[in-house]
Design a protein around this ligand. Structure first.
Ligand SMILES: Cc1ncc(COP(=O)(O)O)c(C=O)c1O
Length: 396
């Protein structure tokens, strides 16, 4: 018997994360000796701040190396609530908070805890890859809501309302958005909450990039009066504190939902890593100056990338208002047999110029590629020179 025949059906509802696939392809080329410029990875190139690393080392020294409570230590859960209150003016208590193994895990736990087969989940396009697969895995139905570059990729309350049916259970909003960098205005976010809360539909706000805003001040929809009843916050320390490998995220939600998510977590990971929890505690309670420092550097890179892309004839790009991704429309280069869409574009770019980008198809659009500028200026210069050359060669 073939082993593949034994794989459970629900695994066939999901696919390998395309961003991880790009990194794997780039890594393979690198191992073969190629000089690859990697714009695929969605992670800060900065090291974790020293005070946070030291807290982790101290935790090991103090033998804080055992199981903790499934939802994280009480002190960390309290510290997360405090931090969220200081940053956004929310008012969560420890029973409405849990620590997870990265923000991705908060989203996974929530969707498995909330979505029954056939329940509909509204997801604006372009979307972060994981939402779709996690909803499918739970047997839910993804209802995609298109946005486009002409409206700055911003989803509106009105368009969300048009997609609501009696089966709608959850709406997902990610602002700033990975991949487009779009940021929802406070007024529009409030209007979306109005639409969902009056129908008792949950609103998942993925705040992964909430501190990386170039124009507006960070805010959380969960701070609005009454919002806590239907809003679930998925938070992450990965990007804010350059802690991707430590795998710490969190959820803020009504206590019964946290209870359900914790039950699931207790049977999967048991708890987030104890050592990482101590480092996270320092991130929450220690100095915060590394965050604006990183933001200033991302802004410099964003301006450089946007200018360089706009200088390539036919390429269009909205200046990202947040996060650290550029999402240019490169359809000007879809010519000839080999490059007809952004998938072809990305694989030819990697093969011919050794530059890794993520094709828009991974995020639900055909004409774009995602460029992560969480990399050094030198790499950005090298990679954009090559991209320019590649598009020029397709034009001939
Ligand atoms: C939009 C968005 N949400 C959540 C996450 C989860 O990050 P982590 O699991 O590292 O906390 C990511 C990571 O890339 C992301 O881009």
């Amino acid at each position: 018997m073939q082993a593949t025949a034994e794989i459970a059906d629900r695994i066939s509802t999901i696919s390998v994360s395309s961003t991880m696939k790009v990194s794997a392809d780039a890594e393979r080329l690198r191992r073969e000796g190629a000089d690859v410029v990697d714009f695929g990875a969605g992670e800060p190139d900065f090291p974790t701040p020293v005070n946070i690393k030291e807290a982790g080392i101290k935790a090991i020294g103090a033998n804080f190396t055992k199981y903790t409570n499934a939802g994280g230590t009480q002190e960390l859960r309290e510290a997360i609530c405090e931090r969220h209150k200081i940053d956004f003016g929310t008012n969560y208590s420890f029973s409405e908070c849990m620590v997870t193994v990265g923000g991705k895990h908060a989203i996974f736990n929530l969707i498995q805890a909330l979505i029954n087969p056939g329940d509909e989940v509204i997801i604006p396009v372009p979307y972060w890859v994981t939402y779709k697969d996690v909803v499918n895995y739970a047997g839910g139905v993804c209802v995609f809501v298109e946005t486009d570059e002409y409206s700055n990729f911003e989803v509106s309350a009105e368009i969300i309302e048009r997609h609501i049916t009696p089966r709608t259970k959850l709406v997902i909003v990610n602002s700033p958005c990975n991949p487009s960098g779009a940021v929802l205005s406070k007024a529009e976010f409030r209007a979306i909450l109005n639409v969902t809360s009056k129908r008792d539909i949950f609103l998942l706000t993925d705040e992964c990039y909430c501190h990386f805003l170039y124009e507006d001040k960070p805010f959380s929809i969960a701070a609005l009066p009454g919002a806590k009843e239907t809003v679930v916050v998925a938070g992450s320390l990965s990007k804010t504190y350059a802690m991707t490998g430590w795998r710490i995220g969190f959820a803020l939600a009504p206590a019964p939902i946290i209870g359900a998510m914790m039950k699931l977590q207790s049977h999967s990971t048991s708890n987030p890593t104890s050592i990482s929890q101590k480092a996270a505690l320092e991130a929450m309670r220690g100095p915060q100056d590394s965050v604006p420092q990183m933001l200033a550097e991302y802004r410099r890179r964003r301006d450089f990338v946007v200018d360089r892309l706009r200088a390539i004839e036919g390429v269009t790009i909205l200046a990202p208002k947040g996060a650290f991704y550029a999402y240019p429309n490169v359809s000007v280069a879809f010519r000839g047999e080999r490059v007809q869409n952004s998938l072809d574009f990305s694989s030819e770019l990697l093969a011919r110029q050794h530059v890794a980008v993520v094709p828009g198809e991974a995020f639900g659009t055909r004409n774009h590629v995602r460029i992560s500028y969480a990399t050094s200026m030198t790499e950005l210069e090298r990679g954009l020179d090559r991209l320019d050359k590649f598009i020029g060669s397709l034009r001939i």
